[in-house]
Design a protein around this ligand. Structure first.
Ligand SMILES: C[S@@+](CC[C@H](N)C(=O)[O-])C[C@H]1O[C@@H](n2cnc3c(N)ncnc32)[C@H](O)[C@@H]1O
Length: 268
């Protein structure tokens, strides 16, 4: 386990963890994620948000399907261990999962190597989605507009990184692509706080996240459409959908966090 509270506002710039991150050419956020994924258990459905696809991708598919398609590739931004990316690859011709963590990408590749038909249609790439230059390289490689899927990434980014990530998404989407994004609602923060403050301690999957200094950060509900509006995208559809977790809630059922989704694009 790497004690690595890099999102902790109490840490100063000369903290050894931060300077290690900067010497390695990584942002503190990137280092926290790398360490999180290095320490994460390998079994599927053990990471806090890695719920089975019946409760994640399959719930999102009917929301995004009217907007995705037209032969465009799908880019899963912040794909983690690739569970949803692999699900999307069963529905779209070309799917690319990108994540800031090389370890996450390596795990996603390993998991996908056993999938039927995996190979040509599905790829994973280490990429910092706040790095607009790197994202420009991906766009050039894709040679056209893409549809973009984002689940639970923006609220984990620092407030300063969120507009950069939204601008990257807008660059990938181009003129005809669409983005589907789902992020915990402000109301969902209460459920996460309740889980993290249980008398018996947080569930182990949540404890693993917190131990790496990764905290769900506050993101006001209206900032989600505002981020994409500022990036030049119109909101075409939006709503609420629970974000499924792998832990059990106080009622003994699989826990969920209230979340908001939206679809955005240009020329709506
Ligand atoms: C909460 S996890 C969600 C993973 C995945 N979207 C899912 O739903 O299973 C957030 C992911 O975003 C990745 N991430 C965080 N900041 C990123 C960035 N700037 N660029 C690319 N990926 C990033 C993390 O490494 C992590 O895998």
């Amino acid at each position: 386990m790497h004690p690595n509270p890099v999102n902790d506002p109490n840490l100063s710039e000369d903290d050894p963890v931060l300077s290690l991150a900067s010497r390695a050419g990584q942002t503190p956020n990137a280092l926290a994620w790398e360490n999180f994924w290095r320490d994460a258990p390998p079994e599927e459905h053990t990471v806090f948000w890695d719920a089975p696809q019946e409760r994640t991708g399959a719930v999102h598919l009917p929301l995004l399907a009217p907007y995705f398609g037209g032969g465009r590739p799908v880019v899963d931004v912040g794909c983690g261990n690739g569970s949803v990316t692999r699900f999307l690859a069963g529905h779209y011709g070309r799917v690319i999962g990108v994540d800031v963590s090389a370890e996450a990408v390596s795990r996603a590749r390993d998991a996908a190597s056993g999938d039927e038909g995996a190979g040509t249609a599905l790829a994973f790439r280490q990429l910092d989605a706040t790095d607009i230059e790197a994202v420009g390289g991906l766009r050039t490689e894709l040679a056209g507009d893409a549809d973009v899927y984002v689940r639970g990434v923006l609220h984990q980014c620092s407030p300063g990184d969120r507009p950069r990530l939204a601008a990257s998404v807008a660059a990938l989407v181009g003129e005809r692509g669409r983005v589907f994004v789902v992020e915990p609602a402000a109301e969902g923060g209460a459920a996460l706080t309740a889980l993290s403050q249980r008398a018996e301690g947080p569930p182990s999957a949540l404890a693993a996240v917190l131990a790496h200094g990764i905290r769900p950060m506050e993101m006001p509900d209206e900032s989600l459409p505002a981020l994409f509006g500022t990036a030049g995208l119109d909101v075409l559809a939006r709503g609420a959908v629970p974000l499924a977790l792998t832990v059990v809630g106080p009622d003994g059922e699989s826990a969920e966090v209230a979340s908001n989704w939206l679809v955005a694009g240009r020329n709506g």
